[in-house]
Each structure stands twice: as C-alpha cells, then as structure tokens.
Design a protein around this ligand. Structure first.
Ligand SMILES: Cc1cc2nc3c(=O)[nH]c(=O)nc-3n(C[C@H](O)[C@H](O)[C@H](O)COP(=O)(O)OP(=O)(O)OC[C@H]3O[C@@H](n4cnc5c(N)ncnc54)[C@H](O)[C@@H]3O)c2cc1C
Length: 417
C-alpha cells in the first residue's frame, strides 16, 4: 500500500514529484485469463477490483480500447442519488450509496464523495404528485428522501428563483440529503490502482474486435487489436458500445445508444451548495471543487455514436438554468462535451448472465450509471464469480424484456439521471 504521508508529499515536492511509483502496471496481455472484462470505465475496473478483493480471482484482464475512464465515467456530471421508485432500484442504488460512503477508505484513494444533497424540483401539479409518490415509496424502502416547500428549497439553495411568475415556477422539491457528487476520474483511477495491486492486468489501447464461441456455444475468448486472448468468462461493460460488443457474440440487445451532453462554466467562488435537478425542463446543475458550474442536459432525440450532440439541446438547458437561477445569466460557458449512453426500454440496467455460457453483461445504465458504480461493480463481480446473480441484481435480467417483468423507471420518473 502506497503511503501519502505529509513527509512523502513534502519529499516529492522537493524533487519534482519524480519519485512516485506508477499507479498501475501496464503489462503485455497474457494468452489466457480466468476472467476478461471488456471496458475500462468505473464499472469494469470496479468489477475487476471486487473479483480480486472479495472472490479471490486474480488472473483477470481489463481490456480498454482507449484510456481508463475515457468513456462515460470521465464524461458525466457525477450526480449520485438513490431515490428511484421501484423496490428493485431501491435495493441496487442504495447498496451503491452505502459503498460510496467508505469508498475512499476502501481504495485508499480520495474519490471526493460529497453528500451535499440532491434536490429535484417540482414545477407543476404532476411533478408534485410524482415527487411525493417517490418520497413515500422511498421511505417504505428505507431510502432517505423528503419534501421541501419552495421557501425551504430556497433556504437550501439560495440562488434558486422561487418567484411564482417565473417561466418554470417552483412548487416544491424532493431532497435526498445523502445524494451528492464524487470525482469521476478518481473513481476509475482508484479502482484501477486497487485492482492492479491485487494482480489484475489493466491493458489500455486494446480494442476488442470479436468474441469467440466454441462448438458448444460457450465463450472461449476475445479477438483484440493485440491478438487473441483466451478466457472462459467474459464480462461486457462497455456502456454505449455494449450492443456492438454483444452482437460479436451473436446476442441482440434491447438497447439504443444516444449522445448525452454536459457543459461547464468558467470557475467562480463557491456559490452553489448542492445539486439541483429539474426533470421537467431537463437541466441539472452543481458546482465542482474547481469552481465550475457543472451542467447536464437531456439526450438527443436520435440514436447516434457521435458524441457531439445537438446544439439546441444545450442551449435549451441553458435557457432553463437562467430561468431557475437568474444570477447565472451572465456566466460564460467554458466547454461542452458528450458521451454515448446505452438506454434500455425501461431505463433500468441489465446486470446479468446471458444466453451464452461464460458471457456476462453490465449495461443499460443510460444517463445515470455513475451513481451506481460501486454497487454495480460489487454485484456484477459476484455474478461472474458464482455464475449466478446476487440477490440485489437478480431482477435486472435480460429476460425481463421478453417476459415483460420490467423495472419501469422511465414511466416512473420520465427521466433517469
Ligand atoms: C454527459 C453525461 C452525463 C452523465 N451524468 C450522469 C450523472 O450525473 N450521474 C450518473 O449517475 N450518471 C451519469 N451519466 C451516466 C454515466 O456516466 C454512465 O452510466 C457510467 O459512467 C457508465 O460507466 P461504465 O464504466 O459502464 O462505462 P464507461 O465509462 O463508458 O466505460 C466503458 C468503456 O468501454 C470501452 N469500450 C467500448 N468498446 C470497447 C471495445 N470494443 N474494446 C475495448 N473497450 C471498449 C470504452 O472506451 C469505455 O472506456 C452521464 C453520462 C454522460 C455521457
């Protein structure tokens, strides 16, 4: 375990930080592994970490076509919450919230989890009824969530405009105090370092081009840009490209891939104390520790693998932000970007075995999988190690799209961030 004592930091400051060891090794791929994970985002790296730390599987490779955390993990607006409607979701997202609480200690890596509260605004009677239904359902599941009047919402977030003549009047808000944000790339790096320390091979710039199945239909390994890598267990954790990868094994997925954008402002002094989401107008805002306002929007309406996204989406989002927070009207936006999100028909993830023996999939997180990272990785590792799901992810099957036993967070929330 590396030491980051004050003496080590001072010593390295004196010698240009040249003495720190590499955070993770970058070995050449071996010919055979017990488990291959495709995708070096938070979910894939976390899965490898828990496979090694909890299940004693050490002969693992994580294959990443680009760089670690360069997918949606490093592109998201980092909102963490667990106030979903259905019992199955409560189990999954609340498991993640519990793990977020200790993640920095677990990894000895500061992931900067900040439970500053996530407030979801209600702008009309339908919103009020929906939010209160969520609050009641959440409380029955032991998930913290509470109702605020407009005045209480403003007291919690002073920049909020609660004038009833506003274009989007605030009629109240649901507040989840344990919700918040974390540093996204630190999550990928922390899991990568933890996994590497336990012997996991982390292989970047290694794109999977094919998934090989034997004559009995079971997985035998993957074709990559760095040659064939054998493994009897392969986990696909590739977010927006999951359906492309699963197609390589002959499995058609109930997924659509959409561009989703985010943007940040110029940095300013601390002014925004929490996270505010408005599902009705599709705008989300928080302030990063660097001082930038971090703003998220809705997905484009069309499917695409181009992360550029339509300009009208972010300009609409900024219109909404300026209506709700007039003090930001003169802020300059610094940069915007996009990612490709994998959306299921019921807006809940697929965390499961597949019809192909030895092939497992963790996808369908759409616009909202960052918050689930530790919980998802933990139960997916269990699923791969035991060839059977954990009770928490047992409902999140692929079969539910055939049987109709959906976990319909889309209908429940109209959005899922
Ligand atoms: C703009 C934006 C804002 C978001 N905001 C939030 C939010 O506020 N809160 C929240 O909870 N979620 C949010 N999300 C969603 C969240 O980012 C994702 O659900 C989550 O990060 C997915 O993590 P992952 O590890 O599964 O995927 P990724 O981090 O995308 O990792 C998948 C990896 O697979 C790799 N890969 C793909 N194909 C191959 C291949 N053939 N071979 C090898 N590697 C491959 C990719 O390069 C990528 O690195 C947002 C997403 C976006 C784009």
């Amino acid at each position: 375990m590396r030491k980051y004592s004050i003496f080590a930091v001072a010593r390295e400051a004196m010698r240009g930080h040249k003495g720190w060891p590499k955070q993770w090794t970058s070995p050449e791929p071996k010919k055979q592994y017990d488990v291959v994970i495709i995708g070096g985002g938070g979910h894939g790296l976390g899965t490898a970490y828990y496979l090694a730390s909890k299940h004693g599987v050490r002969n693992i490779a994580v294959l990443e076509k680009g760089w670690l955390g360069g997918g949606n993990t490093g592109r998201n607006t980092t909102i963490i919450r667990s106030n979903y409607l259905y019992d199955e979701s409560a189990g999954l997202y609340n498991h993640a919230i519990k793990l977020w609480g200790d993640l920095s200690q677990e990894l000895n890596y500061n992931v900067m989890y900040s439970a500053r509260g996530v407030m979801m605004l209600a702008h009309n009677v339908h919103d009020v009824q929906g939010a209160q239904r969520h609050i009641h359902a959440n409380r029955l599941n032991g998930v913290q969530n509470e109702w605020l009047t407009p005045e209480q919402a403003k007291a919690y977030c002073p920049p909020l405009n609660i004038s009833q003549t506003a274009r989007y009047p605030v009629m109240g808000a649901a507040l989840q105090r344990v919700g918040g944000v974390a540093r996204h790339d630190a999550v990928a790096w922390g899991y990568a370092r933890g996994a590497s320390d336990l012997g996991v091979d982390i292989i970047q710039n290694c794109e999977v081009m094919g998934i090989k199945r034997g004559s009995n239909g079971a997985v035998e390994g993957v074709e990559t840009t760095r040659g064939f890598i054998g493994s009897k267990k392969v986990g696909v954790v590739a977010a927006g490209h999951s359906s492309v990868l699963m197609q390589m094994a002959g499995v058609r997925m109930p997924l659509e891939s959409y561009p989703l954008q985010a943007l940040v402002s110029e940095p300013v002094k601390p002014v925004f104390p929490c996270v505010v989401m408005s599902n009705t107008v599709h705008a989300y805002i928080s302030q990063s520790d660097k001082g930038e306002l971090v703003i998220g929007a809705g997905t484009d309406q069309y499917t695409s693998y181009s992360p550029t996204g339509g300009l009208h989406i972010i300009s609409h989002t900024l219109d909404a932000i300026c209506e709700m927070f007039p003090i930001f009207t003169r802020m300059k936006m610094l940069r915007s970007w996009g990612g490709i999100v994998d959306v299921t028909p019921d807006r809940s993830p697929i965390l499961a075995k597949t019809p192909v023996p030895g092939l497992y999939v963790n996808c369908g997180w759409g616009t909202g999988g960052f918050k689930a990272t530790p919980g998802s990785a933990d139960v997916f590792a269990h699923t791969i190690a035991n060839d059977a799901p954990h009770s928490i992810n047992a409902p999140f099957t692929l079969e539910r799209f055939r049987t109709g036993r959906l976990i319909d967070e889309a209908a429940a929330a109209a959005v899922a961030h």
